[in-house]
Design a protein around this ligand. Sequence first.
Ligand code: GP9
Ligand code: MN
Length: 710
Amino acid sequence: MAQEGMFSTLKHSYYPNWINKRIGFLCLMVGLFWLKTCFSYLFEFNLGIENIFQYFLLFINPFATAFLLFSFSLYLRKPRAAYITLFVLSFLITLLLFSNVVYYREFSDFLTVNTVLGAGKVSTGLGESALKLFRPYDLFYFIDYFVLIILFIRKKIRMETKSFAFRKAFAITAASSVLLLANIALAEMDRPELLKRTFSREHIVKYLGLNVFTVYDGIQTYQANQHRAQASESDLKTVQDYVKEHYAEPDPTKFGIAKGKNVFVIHLESFQQFLIDYKLTDEEGVEHEVTPFLNSLFHSQSTYSFKNVFHQVGSGKTSDAETLMENSFFGLDQGPIFTQLGGKNTFQAAPAILQQEAGYTSAVFHGNAGTFWNRNETYKRFGYNYFFDSSYYDVNKDNSFQYGLHDKPFFQQSVQYLEHLQQPFYAKFISVSNHYPYSQLKGDESGFPLADTGDSTINGYFATANYLDQSLKEFFSYLKSVGLYENSVFVLYGDHYGISNSRNKDLAELLGKTKEEWTDYDNASMQRVPVMFHIPGQTDGSVSETYGGQVDVLPTLLHLLGVNTENYIQLGQDLFSSQRDQVVAFRNGNFVTPNYVVIGNDIYDNKTGELIEDPSEEVQKEIQALEAKVTAQLTSSDELTNGDLLRYADSSLKTVDPDDYNYKNQLEQLEKIEKEKGNKSTSVYSQNNNTSTTDLYTVKSYKELLKGTK
Ligand code: GP9
Ligand code: MN
């Protein structure tokens, strides 16, 4: 009866009846949260939405978690407690949303558990500017609470006094859980392995929403912290013993031959060894050399090239290759190390070593969002002084694709920053155009012949590799014209496969094999990626047959630069050393040596490519010994990274403090240094009488190049 009485007073009210029901009010709260979230998705965050389906996921993701969370208030019998709980829950997730909005305005990234725990640091970094991050319209995120409270006080909205049936509450919790699972399933359909690989925080937010992201990040942080908490200084000792025992002396004829030179690290996206010297035959039977410029470098008298180096990446792909190349240890078995530990661990990476040992300035150039692979955080811990991400480039629809700016404009636009770096520098350029799906070249850049297999991914691979090749040729011409070429060393490497194992059978014919002949042995062989050390001035270049992995590159490079590596914790061996093991571990535990290729339980003879069906006892023993080496290397790597053991390392290297790095306004930072140094400044810009050299850069499209040859 009391109910009726209450409703009767509402007959004259403007407010619909459903608002006065618990479920109705809950729906209203969900709706309001949904509105705020969608507003921030569209106007605050830059989520890189690519298609209608992604919009669809974006708009449904706030529903699932809000319903699920709010449904817990329905279990409370006392109406007042239930309404207050609902309010508090809603307020908390709104606060989470709003904090992210404000944080994003400054950092173009989302709040992680670690950032929140270290909030003191963030706010000191922000200083007075924190207040400037608020906007008048931010009231929009909270105004509804004031309005609702007033409406309650003035009894325009009333609490439903009846308690909510348990089974109904449960039905709502269950239904929202199903909705959440459906959301995750649809997201995984559009972006396979999303939760395993993360990619970037934007990816998780875009597909699953901020609430899921926060929980996901919390779980990851908890797991990482568990590992870390269990690790101790004595674990480092075990790894150190391995490193000592595994250390390979540098070749004295190579040690220091590039001392003091600038270092260009050129990351060749998805570039496999088989592309080197490859000629693609077109429909008319005409052969087209795919990468003439890289081939000329590979065979140059000034290049030490390696044709039996294998990629060793796991699910972190590009970022795992970066980890291997610059730290000489592996990525993780259970996901990308950049996203999982890049913002937390201590590293002894190339930029920090070179800065502290030899006064190098370091920079990384990449035309994709800085948050991809959590680079913006990881690079600081590697000790990179500068990181030029897509925000430093003119990127538009015509010169880019889903992974960022295309290589030609990328290299060209990079030099406006490169010319301001103090020498000697260590500069890494991450190319991207030769990335799956290999169908991104348009207009004047298209035209290089496509292969003719049943798989369009394979067919386009050669054209994008050729485009990368053209862009490098232009970049090198510029470097020669400004005098940087002669006093630099160039490290070029393929990061990982471009054609996955599942497609290799379709590739077989282009490599002179048949589908039927193709085996796991061939798949393993295809993990070869080119590695070159191009040192202008050297004349005894060669193509080495030694077996190695990406993990071996850092000690090799440091030795070329005259830096002793004995005191560092590096798991690879100098590629020039005569003491090399030549056992190449893949991230999944398979391995390759000059004699064997071992895939799971299968042993292949690496001379014939044949499966050894019945290995003799002698062979079995040999394999066991090799397996032990592989396990020792991979386990040392996992101990080192999961336990964050480098925090205990007692070397002369000063621990890098990420707070010392700021990737904003970097041109201004560089110009300030030039001014301070005056005529002692060693940047190209200063040496060129404070004049820019960007005009010396020439870019030609594929169509223009073709015309030139006709
Ligand atoms: C993205 C690019 C590609 O920025 O480096 O990464 P991948 O997908 O190859 O790991
Ligand atoms: Mn890659």
